[in-house]
Design a binder for this molecule. Structure first.
Ligand SMILES: [Zn+2]
Length: 335
């Protein structure tokens, strides 16, 4: 207990900041339809603006930070310390439920085969897919995170951007982007590359936070509770916010046909780190997390029901996912 009381300051491996000056940011056109015209929704962490495209409704952060992926190029020792209880097997990863949910869905389409996890971080999801029978490969541009995954989980991870991968064409049965696609500033280029790496009958899974859920949170927090400072959009790292509609449009534009659109369970991020340090240094007391966890679960259950009955991913769905395959005949749909 003494150790807990004297816990260190909250240390994170990442390089994220609370405030970004204009000189650290860049403006960019809509990554779906290329329109420069947008309406302002919100502003976070100084100069980061959340905007909705007036042409296709895609929500993006513009100005955004120049190289958002570099937030994850932090100190390997801090990253390792942050997750040490997971590596030692004393704690489960807080994303374990969502990992298993996504793997179950993949198994319905491709029960076995070569799987590439893009933006694999330290490799926890990748490790799970291998435990479920896949031949797993990972790729991530962060030297520090990939080093940890290779060293501690003995995984086959390439340290690179997907555009620069050394993997051959038509090599993979499955490519996954779990909580990664919203970080990408070049989604069309990435999808084209993913398509070339997939076998002809291969499948792609993309799971992202639901933009509509963020809009719901925005309405409650900014409009009803009048809280002007709470970070809603994670705009320093999430540069695009997709709905099921805009994600479907992006996939179709890049030559993919969606096979399944689903409401994904919430990521139950613990609150513990805000008070005592790392996420996983100690088990979180249940009373610190249970209200947020219950609210997220309730939203998820209602959104799941809405999808089942009305067939749409609504405002209460915390996360959404799509499984897709390459469109036959190589026809791309124009936007
Ligand atoms: Zn647009």
């Amino acid at each position: 207990m003494k150790e807990k009381m004297n816990a260190p300051e909250y240390i994170r491996g990442g390089k994220q900041k609370l405030f970004y000056a204009e000189s650290e940011t860049t403006s960019w056109p809509c990554p779906l339809c290329q329109s420069p015209h947008s309406g302002l929704l919100d502003q976070e962490r100084g100069s980061l603006q959340i905007r909705r495209c007036l042409h296709c409704q895609l929500i993006r952060v513009s100005p955004r930070i120049k190289n958002p992926e570099e937030i994850y190029w932090g100190d390997p020792e801090k990253y390792f310390q942050e997750s040490r209880l997971i590596f030692s097997g004393e704690q489960k990863h807080h994303r374990e439920t969502t990992y298993l949910h996504d793997i179950n869905l993949i198994q319905k389409f491709k029960p076995r085969g070569k799987l590439l996890d893009v933006g694999c971080n330290m490799g926890f999801f990748l490790k799970k897919t291998m435990e479920c029978g896949y031949e797993g490969y990972g790729i991530d541009p962060s030297p520090s995170l990939t080093e940890i995954g290779k060293k501690n989980l003995n995984l086959n991870i390439e340290t690179a951007f997907l555009e620069k991968t050394t993997h051959e064409k038509n090599f993979f049965d499955v490519i996954t982007f779990t909580d990664v696609f919203e970080h990408l500033v070049n989604p069309q280029e990435i999808l084209s590359k993913a398509k070339s790496l997939l076998k002809k009958d291969g499948i792609l899974l993309i799971k992202v936070p639901n933009a509509k859920f963020n809009l719901f949170k925005w309405f409650v927090i900014r409009k009803i509770l009048k809280n002007k400072t709470y970070d809603i959009f994670d705009s320093y790292e999430h540069v695009v916010h997709y709905t099921d509609k805009t994600l479907t449009s992006m996939l179709r534009l890049c030559g993919f046909t969606p096979l399944l659109t689903y409401v994904a369970p919430p990521v139950q991020l613990p609150n513990w780190h805000k008070f005592v340090g790392h996420y996983y240094q100690y088990a979180t007391p249940w009373y610190m997390d249970f209200r947020k966890k219950t609210a997220r679960k309730l939203c998820y259950r209602m959104a799941w029901l809405e999808k089942k009955i009305l067939g749409r991913c609504g405002y209460l769905a915390p996360n959404i996912g799509i499984i897709a395959r390459a469109t036959e005949g190589d026809l791309k749909e124009s936007f």
